[in-house]
Each structure stands twice: as C-alpha cells, then as structure tokens.
Design a protein around this ligand. Structure first.
Ligand code: SIN
Ligand code: MN
Length: 294
C-alpha cells in the first residue's frame, strides 16, 4: 500500500494518518480469535495492570503466534513506513494492548521516541508506530489521544515514571502538555482522538505526543502496535529485555496482501518459550555500528 502525495503532506503536518476500516472483518477475526489464548499464557511477555490480572500489554506475539507473525509482515502496515523512510525496517517492538473493559489503565502523556532514546539508545526518531484496532474504538473505551503537529518538536524533555502504571515510561509533565495543546489549537483541535470500527489503522510518528485514559466502559479496546525502525537506525543498547526492545535487526520481508486470509507459513522461534538470552540486559552501549542478531 502506497501513500499519496496528499497523505504524505498530511502526515508531515499532523504526525499521523488514520485509515478507517482498512482491514476487513474476516481479517480482524483471524487476530481476535487468537488474543484470548495469548492473554491466558503464563509468559513474561504478558504485562498485567497494576493490582489486577487484566493484561495491559502482550509483547512479541509475532514470534510465537502464527496470525500475528503474518500480521507483522503485512504490506498494508509495512510498505507506507518503508515509503516514508526510504529504507527497509526491522521490528523494534510488537505489542497487543488490552485496555480491558473496566480494568484498562491510563497511558500517560509521552512520545515513544523518548523511551526508545533514553532506554534503548535509538540514534534518531526514524521509527514509526502502526496501530490496528481489534475492537471498535469509541468515546468511552480509552481512545488514543494525539497532540497534532507535536512530532515536529523532536524529542522533548521527559521523566521516567516508574509508579503510575505497571509499565515504566518516559513521560512529559502536565505543564508542557498544556502548552503544547494550546499551541496546537487548544479546544479547537489541540487534542484529537481517532475513533472507528475494528480493522481501522493509525500510522503515527515516534515523536508525536500521545496518551490514553482508563477504560471504564464495558467494552474492551484491544489494539495491536507495530513499532518499525529503519534498519540503519537500530538501537545501540540492550538495557531492556529483548521481548520489549528487539535485537534482531533483520529487515521485515512482506507477505502477500491476503496474508490474514491464507495460512502462509511463518517461523515461530519463541513458540516453546522465551529464550534465556532474551532476558539478559546490559547498560553498556554496543560498539558503534555493531549489529547483533537475536
Ligand atoms: C502506547 O502509547 O504505546 C499505547 C497507548 C494505548 O494503547 O492507549
Ligand atoms: Mn506510546
């Protein structure tokens, strides 16, 4: 899937693009049928909400689930990002966020690149998030909120929040958010929240400031996020476990467009469990230019 010049200009201006209903119901079903099995697994890749068994986020399913392995090679997700960066991509992070009915907790205001820079020493923001809604996203189940245009400011000062939720994040303080929202239009468009049916896709810049509130509704808001990094921009440190920040910088090779409708064969290297090496971490920077395969 290729972006038009108008879409490229809109992405440059706003920092995100929204594609309502890009994936058909039968394609989404291939994925949603698999989520309960993944969330029931007793694996470290399932991070649960603070004080609850509800899964906040499941990491790296593309390495142990066939439907998600096929999704991770989907041309509708990969090709637009390759077009924007003009080079091949590797999977920096892959997650299925639960935002479960009644239990889904907040994601504080942040830029993903803040965490990728501070924790993983990713050299530049040449990385992108692509999200697919596996449930309808509405006003009530914690839609993702963006400050349009905030990506143009690059990496903003951030603090390491280790206490608000069960997942550590480099977050932006309230005063800075208030200023950014005001500059982006205040009550007239300073915050936007794309909403739509299951199967909708959002592509958003790694410097775009975003957050989501808790889900007090009776409706789950499960979404999948691919974080795709330009291969030349691979991370330079393994401070975080490998299922959160991947160490295999092999370029993603796309499958055909019908890969959620046909069982194309895929490798599942972590099907039998998380390799011990994935849990080894280090505060040392990798020697310049070194490429380490998983
Ligand atoms: C994220 O910021 O990575 C996830 C936010 C959300 O799922 O609401
Ligand atoms: Mn984020």
């Amino acid at each position: 899937m290729k972006l038009t010049p108008a879409q490229l200009a809109q992405f440059e201006r706003d920092g995100y693009l929204f594609f309502p209903s890009l994936f058909k119901p039968d394609e989404v079903k291939t994925l949603t049928d698999e989520v309960p099995r993944l969330y029931a697994m007793d694996r470290p890749e399932n991070v649960r909400e603070k004080g609850s068994r509800a899964v906040r986020t499941n990491f790296a399913a593309h390495l142990y689930s066939a439907p998600f392995a096929r999704l991770s090679r989907h041309p509708r997700m990969i090709e637009p990002v390759e077009q924007i960066f003009g080079e091949q991509l590797y999977m920096h992070q892959f997650k299925i966020n639960g935002k479960q009915a009644f239990d889904g907790d907040v994601w504080q205001w942040h830029q993903d690149y803040g965490t990728w820079l501070n924790d993983d020493l990713m050299p530049t923001p040449r990385a992108m998030n692509v999200a697919i809604f596996l449930d309808e996203v509405n006003d009530f189940n914690g839609p993702l909120m963006f400050v349009p245009g905030s990506h143009r400011l690059g990496a903003l000062p951030a603090g390491h929040d280790l206490s608000t939720t069960s997942y550590p994040l480099w977050t932006i303080d309230n005063e800075a958010i208030a200023t950014l929202v005001e500059k982006a239009g205040g009550r007239q468009g300073g915050i936007v929240a794309p909403k739509g049916p299951a199967g909708s896709m959002i592509l958003f810049d790694s410097c775009l400031v975003h957050a989501s509130s808790s889900n007090l509704s009776p409706w789950h808001r499960v979404s999948v996020y691919l974080s795709l990094c330009a291969v030349s921009n691979h991370i330079r440190r393994h401070k975080r476990v490998e299922y959160i920040a991947h160490r295999d910088f092999t370029p993603v090779e796309c499958l055909p467009d019908d890969c959620l409708q046909r069982p194309y064969p895929v490798e599942l290297p972590w099907e039998k469990g998380t390799p011990a090496s994935a849990l080894v971490t280090s505060l040392d920077a990798l020697p310049q230019g070194e490429r380490v395969a998983a």
